[in-house]
Design a protein around this ligand. Sequence first.
Ligand SMILES: Nc1ncnc2c1ncn2[C@@H]1O[C@H](COP(=O)(O)OP(=O)(O)OP(=O)(O)O)[C@@H](O)[C@H]1O
Ligand SMILES: [Mg+2]
Length: 473
Amino acid sequence: MKAEKKEKRVLVVDDERDMLILLKKVIAKKCGCTVQVAESGQAALDIAESWTPDVVLTDIKMPGMDGLEFLQRLHEFDQTVSSIIMTGYGTIEMAVQALKEGAYDFFEKPFENDKIVHAVDRAVERTQLLRENVQLHNLLVKHHKETGFVGRSKKLNQILDLLARLAPSKATVLIRGESGTGKELAARALHDMSNRADRRMITVNCPALPEQILESELFGYKKGAFTGADRDKDGLFLEANGSTILLDEIADIPVSIQTKLLRVLQEKEIQPLGQTRTYPVDVRVIASTNQNLEEKIERGEFREDLYYRLNVVSVVMPSLAEIPNDIPLLAQHFLELYCEEHGREELEFMPEALQCLLRRPWRGNIRELQNTINRAVLLCNGDLITPHDLMGDESEFSRESGGPMGTQTCFLHLPYKEAKEEVLSYFTRSYLANILTSNQGNVSAAARQGGMERQALQRLIRRFGVEAREYRP
Ligand SMILES: Nc1ncnc2c1ncn2[C@@H]1O[C@H](COP(=O)(O)OP(=O)(O)OP(=O)(O)O)[C@@H](O)[C@H]1O
Ligand SMILES: [Mg+2]
């Protein structure tokens, strides 16, 4: 499919009317652009505000507002428009100034038509690329906001990009990942970013229901299909018609239901219990699991053909251990969330508390982190969250009561030299995470806070494989 051609808009500003007529003719004819003209900077600003040109060509010397001031004011409300300046005798200095301030190109009057055409073509292309980039970026930010995902790590961003790309299709998606890594959140994001978003997504918690009930819930039944079926009932697949169904924890469904599910995926129709006829359904299926389906197939507990049907595309959610740089951000997010929910004044983490969060293992991943912070907000009785609020008596910090070094008792069994290195390395990592978080990834500001040269901080950052970028908003 050929991309739709966009209109190319050029605004020419000059106080000499003849020049305007000439340029309009050349540019419209040779560049295929729509051209508007203005005889003063003010008139040009009025046009630019409502018409959003891709390129402006402006004279420098004009009565009233000169070309330099015009460009400054133009760039205040449009940072993507490309400007070309036309210089005449005695205006070179102003032209240089304009280029310094971000003008894209310039040429001297009198000029050759071909040069102008070439410059305008390049400038239009530049603007359109810039605008596409801004649009993509906004789309991504919007998606991040809409999906409820918090995190700046490369891994999480890649997952979000993948979800955004998969969302518009009807393809079945298998979401895998340890428990608490955000599988359900990912499924919801897929649905919310799809064109089915105005319909409710149906979630089926597969292991929660006994075999018989799961079957009738999914596919529905006809009156009299079994004892107690005293009326017809639509199943969840029918309810999800035109929308999305999430089969949560798919690994646990009994083999008999797996067979029926396979049929729905293949034939795109359902057959309620006790019913002879089938009903076509248009349902996007998302399945999730934290189990090893391949092993289940080996053991004969999961149908291989169903596995292939479900696993058209898989999305693997990272464990918290794979995205440690996101821990401070997630912790802060949950802190704000629960302070509001429990009607508490704004609380903050003690630095040692953040260190605890960074160091301890999170087998329950983001859900466990979330629960830990919820509990800490409830328990905290000052305005700082302490390691004890987070970890109770498990907190080595509270047992040691010995200041920051008390948090590193787990290295004490090592030989002295190794233990010292481990403690230092652990300390440096948490220190870097802390100052980068509080300075939103700005290395110069972080260096100032840490009382060191920017280059020294850069060296540390590189040595410890930290990505300052990931701390930026
Ligand atoms: N990147 C994230 N940003 C913010 N919150 C998150 C993120 N990932 C997960 N959560 C939150 O963590 C909790 C657990 O997420 P979710 O239920 O989606 O995980 P799951 O993988 O389905 O877990 P389980 O295996 O236990 O079913 C939810 O409250 C969710 O909102
Ligand atoms: Mg889940």
